[in-house]
Design a protein around this ligand. Structure first.
Ligand SMILES: *Cc1c(COP(=O)(O)O)cnc(C)c1O
Length: 383
């Protein structure tokens, strides 16, 4: 047996990130400062947006996006239940109610039809997720939201480098929220970003992340004259540090290589998994390309091994897989929360698993994953 476990994900970090972080520390400026500003510019440019506002996480990016839209108590926001729970929680933070919509079976994303089935007169926004990096059909969703007169916020936590119609996810987005958690493609340890083309929102979001202050600490520090700041509204401390941004700038420079490798490994999985009948892998949708932040397989009804049993068999073979994307409405935090039936969400959440995929993954490691799946299947078929 080959040595070592195959992890589900490891970030691709090295000497360059370590040096950049070290330079930031030695510069004496470790809080939000020039490196954050440079990271914001580089990131916005990469995703085709006018403005980037760096924050402490995607969760806080989602929270501030909803604050900027003026959403509050009595309002509803349509979200997929099939998402990391932060998507729904952000709606709760502003006192509004998440309304769970079902998803497309192929992409795991909201569609105009699933949103149309649940939005009401109290709906004030739609929060769509690009799940696991699979781009949502934002052209269709934006058109439908324009008809309904609802803003579309994009949870792009997983989708840096994914594309829709040849353009990066983020291009043309009203407000998009991004994550730099190590489980995502580009990491700063923890961290997030909001992108938008709207200068007024950008200015307000910068203020909201920094206690509602009208002049940032960095501006005050670099000004020759004393700057007396004012606190224009109740804000938050959702800042990113310059140490994180220094790492992020290096990571962003590696993004093209990361996407290319992830797509190469995903294509190789597709080929290898043809020898394990009964598993349907996630694929690029017709309207765009995934960065394969998550590579999941859906177990067909006739697959002989249950999902949890398969996870256990993989673990026994030294392979760390994960259950599929969670269904937020089934978590205790949402017990008693009214929801329409969500059959596709429950099917994907219950019957899929996320396979290991990371930049430095070797073909031998990938072969081990597929061999472990095939062995579990063969074992059960013999019983
Ligand atoms: C990871 C994730 C988040 C939360 O990101 P953080 O940066 O950890 O706050 C939100 N939404 C989705 C879809 C995610 O996958």
């Amino acid at each position: 047996m080959s040595a070592g476990r195959v992890p589900v994900m490891i970030p691709w970090l090295g000497e360059e990130e370590a040096r950049a972080a070290s330079d930031a520390v030695l510069s004496g400026w470790v809080a939000q400062g020039p490196r954050v500003a440079a990271f914001e510019r580089a990131f916005a440019e990469r995703v085709g947006a006018e403005h980037g506002i760096a924050v402490s996480s995607c969760t806080t990016a989602l929270h501030l996006s909803l604050v900027a839209l003026g959403i509050g108590p009595g309002d509803e926001v349509v979200v997929p239940s099939l998402s990391f729970i932060a998507t729904a929680n952000a709606v709760r933070y502003v006192g509004a109610e998440p309304v769970f919509a079902d998803v497309d079976p192929a992409t795991g994303n909201l569609t105009t039809l699933t949103v149309d089935a649940v939005h009401t007169a109290r709906t004030k926004a739609v929060l769509a997720v690009h799940q696991g990096g699979v781009p949502a059909d934002v052209h269709a969703l934006r058109a439908a939201c324009a008809d309904w007169d609802l803003p579309l916020v994009e949870d792009a936590a997983c989708a840096i480098g994914s594309t829709v119609g040849g353009k990066p996810v983020g291009h043309g987005a009203l407000l998009a929220a991004w994550s730099f958690h190590p489980r995502k493609v580009v990491t700063t340890g923890e961290g997030g970003m909001i992108t938008t083309d709207d200068a007024t929102w950008a200015a307000r979001l910068r203020r909201l992340r920094e206690h509602g202050m009208n002049a940032s600490a960095a501006e005050r520090h670099t000004s020759e004259k004393p700057v007396l700041e004012q606190y224009l509204e109740v804000g938050y401390n959702y800042r990113m540090t310059d140490v994180q941004a220094a790492i992020g700038l290096v990571q962003l420079g590696k993004l093209d290589a990361m996407i290319a490798r992830r797509r190469e490994l995903a294509a190789r999985y597709d080929t290898l998994l043809r020898d394990v009948p009964g598993l349907t892998p996630v694929r690029d949708p017709a309207h765009g390309q995934s960065n394969f932040q998550s590579y999941w397989v859906l177990l067909d009804e006739e697959f002989p091994v249950g999902r949890d049993e398969l996870l256990a068999a993989l673990a026994g073979a030294g392979v760390s897989a994960r259950r599929g994307i969670m269904a937020s409405h089934l978590e205790p935090a949402y017990a008693g929360h009214p929801s329409a039936p969500l059959p596709v969400t429950e099917r994907i959440s219950n019957d899929s698993l996320i396979l290991p995929l990371f930049h430095t993954m070797t073909e031998a490691q990938q072969d081990r994953v597929v061999a472990a799946l095939a062995a579990a299947r063969a074992e059960q078929a013999r019983r």
